[in-house]
Design a protein around this ligand. Structure first.
Ligand SMILES: *Cc1c(COP(=O)(O)O)cnc(C)c1O
Length: 385
């Protein structure tokens, strides 16, 4: 039996919240139109800029990550418009569903799950669909653990069309390099409960000047998710059009402090190392990695267990009984893979622990496991500084 409240949340979001952030969120609630709230909103937006790599003011929406995906669709497109959605997994699929829901002509570029979209594939597809007004990409495809080469893909779009480049960065922005202005990304989206180390409930969007022009001319009705209202309120009054999630903003201010104290480059290299350590351990234990080395995400690792003799869901349940939460597969990958999240408030020792738990659990399920193979390989990466 795990000790009460002592568990290892190793899913790719929500992720563990640092104590300092947790404490900040217990401050008394303040009025959403107070000067304090405005200072908080203004300051958070300002300090989010380097994480997005933008000169624009990131907008803060009270909603889960999907609210920002939907905002990106309804603000830039109208029924009858055409859009290209690159689908590399469940979250690309979600973008496609939102696009379809609003009566937008959908051109889906389906990539086999577990693979990244290559720039040439996108270039060929764009030639077939020159009428697309927006191209939707997923930076980290959380369902497979693939990090798509967004900088190259954005450049490819810019070379072939005037379409806006809209990116779902929910499961990696804050943990991986992001230079949306330099890359030519028009809208970058993220959420609070992944790399930003907060509970669920906030979504963030940064929007390019080019996208603001499209948004201004877009007739599609929108109310809660009207981005022009968010921009106006932020620029003119340092506030949000609707009640800000003030407690979460207190937490955000602290998590931004943590990222700044560590230094954003160090944060990114920590996540690179977490990826390398996880992959070394998984490989050494004889398990199969889903993503190739070139496209593996620094924030989540998928393990392909489809050829194993043991049942993935039974394995996850057993792990849970020890206090370890890892994610299963989504859609057709359910029961075939499991995923270890390693973003946000996660260090190398956390990975050693989860690798050890995987070995012990497999052994308890009757598999012949030589103890210490995974942790040994992981430690070797850790020692080779
Ligand atoms: C978690 C996630 C989302 C947002 O999901 P919500 O449940 O709405 O917060 C969107 N895209 C990706 C890639 C994600 O990992």
């Amino acid at each position: 039996m795990p000790l009460k409240d002592k568990y290892h949340l190793r899913i790719p979001g929500p992720t563990p919240v640092p104590p300092q952030v947790q404490r900040a969120m217990t401050q008394p609630v303040i009025g959403h139109r107070s000067r304090l709230a405005s200072q908080l909103i203004q300051e958070c937006s300002e300090r989010l800029k380097p994480i997005f790599g933008t000169r624009q003011q990131p907008l803060i929406v009270a909603g889960s990550g999907t609210s920002a995906l939907e905002a990106a669709v309804v603000n830039t497109l109208s029924p009858g418009d055409e859009a290209v959605v690159v689908v590399t997994g469940a979250f690309g699929d979600r973008f496609a569903k939102i696009v379809e829901t609003y009566g937008i002509g959908l051109h889906r570029l389906d990539i086999p799950w577990g693979k990244a979209c290559e720039p040439e594939q996108l270039a060929d597809f764009l030639k077939k669909h020159p009428g697309a007004k927006s191209v939707f990409l997923t930076y980290c495809e959380t369902s497979t653990g693939v990090l798509n080469p967004v900088a190259e893909l954005a450049r490819t779009v810019r070379q072939h069309s005037d379409a806006l480049v809209i990116v779902d960065g929910v499961s990696c922005v804050g943990a991986v390099p992001c230079q949306m202005d330099d890359w030519g990304v028009d809208i970058m989206v993220t959420g609070s409960q992944k790399a930003l180390m907060l509970p669920p409930g906030l979504a963030f969007l940064a929007v390019s000047e080019r996208a603001w022009q499209v948004i201004a001319g877009n007739r599609q009705p929108r109310f809660y998710l009207n981005l022009e209202a968010y921009r106006r309120k932020l620029e003119q009054e340092d506030t949000t059009p609707f009640t800000a999630a003030v407690s979460l903003l207190y937490g955000l201010k602290e998590s931004l402090s943590l990222l700044e104290e560590e230094g954003f480059e160090n944060v990114c290299s920590r996540h690179e190392r977490l990826k390398n350590i996880t992959r070394a351990g998984i490989r050494a234990s004889g398990l199969t990695l889903m993503a190739d080395d070139r496209h593996a995400s620094p924030t989540v690792t998928s393990i392909d267990a489809s050829q194993e003799k043991w049942d993935v869901e039974a394995f996850r349940k057993k792990l849970q009984s020890h206090g370890f939460y890892v994610a299963g597969g989504q859609q057709h990958l359910k029961g075939k893979i499991f995923r270890i999240g390693h973003m946000g408030y996660c260090d190398e020792w956390d990975i050693l622990t989860v690798l050890a738990a995987v070995e012990v659990t497999l052994s308890q399920m009757g598999q012949s496991v030589e103890p210490g193979m995974a942790t040994k390989a992981a430690q070797e990466v850790m020692m080779d500084v």
